[in-house]
Design a protein around this ligand. Sequence first.
Ligand SMILES: Nc1ncnc2c1ncn2[C@@H]1O[C@H](COP(=O)(O)OP(=O)(O)OP(=O)(O)O)[C@@H](O)[C@H]1O
Ligand SMILES: [Mg+2]
Length: 261
Amino acid sequence: MGEPIIEARGLSKRYGAVSAVRDISFSIRPGETLGVLGPNGSGKSTIVKMITGLVEPSRGLVLFRGVRIEADQACYKRSFGYVPEQPDLYGFLTGWEYLDLVATLREIPPRIFREKAAAMLEGFTLYPHRDSPIASYSKGMRQRIVLIAALMHDPELLVLDEPFSGLDVTSALVTRLVVELLAAKGKAVFFSSPVLEQVEKMCTHLVVLKRGSVVASGPIGEMQAGFAGQSLEAGFMQLTEQVDAGRIAENIAAAALAPAR
Ligand SMILES: Nc1ncnc2c1ncn2[C@@H]1O[C@H](COP(=O)(O)OP(=O)(O)OP(=O)(O)O)[C@@H](O)[C@H]1O
Ligand SMILES: [Mg+2]
C-alpha cells in the first residue's frame, strides 16, 4: 500500500457566488487509480486545477508525499504528468518539435528523449505524423500527443482530465491499458470522466461528484457491492441528475423546428 503520493484535504473552491467544489478529500497511494465521475459542471476540472497547483483552493490543502504542494512548486511540477482538458498547443510546431520542447523543459537528455518519443509515437500510431504541424492534427491525435508529453519524464503521479475525450475505441483501450500498466508499476493516477463506463473499467477508487460535492466515494469493488441489486449505472443516475431527457429533447427539437423567419 504505502503512504499516499497525493492527498487532498477539505478542498473547496468558490468563484464569486459559485461554489465549484465543496469540501473534497481523498488520497491516492502508489498503484491506485482514483476516478472522479461527475456530470458537466460538477467540479472535476476545478479539482484537477487545484491538485496541479494551477488554481488556489479557497479552503483546504493538497499534500504531495505529505508536504504541501506550495512548499516546493518546482519539485512538485517535476513529479506529475498532466493532461489538461483543453491543452494549449502550439499549432505551428510539429508533433516532434512539441515533444522536443517539452523534453527540453523537463531536462530530458536528447538521446533518451528521441528513444522515448519514437517508441510512444509509434505505439499511439502518431509516428507517421510526427513531422506534421499540430494544427493539422485531429482532436484524438492532439489528445494522444499530450498524453505522450505527460508521460515522457516518468512522473510518479498522473493527472488526467478526461483522458478519453475524442479518442476512438482502439486509442481509448490502449490508453487505459497503458495507465493500468503504469499503476501496476506503482504510479498514482487521478483521472476524471463524465462517463461511468470508462471510470468503472480503469479505477481502483471512485469519487462521484454532484454540483461540487462528493455524493459517494470508496474502493470500486465496495461501490459496486453497495448498489446491491442495481447496476452502478443505475446508482450513478440516481446519485447525480434525474432528468426527463425525452421531454427536454422534445422541447429543444420543437424550438429548433419552429419557423426561423
Ligand atoms: N474560472 C472560473 N470562473 C467562474 N466559474 C468557474 C470557473 N471555472 C469553473 N467555474 C464553475 O465551476 C463549476 C465547475 O466547473 P468545472 O469546470 O470544474 O466542471 P467539470 O466537472 O470539469 O465540467 P465538464 O464536464 O464540463 O468539464 C461550474 O459551475 C463552472 O461554471
Ligand atoms: Mg472539466
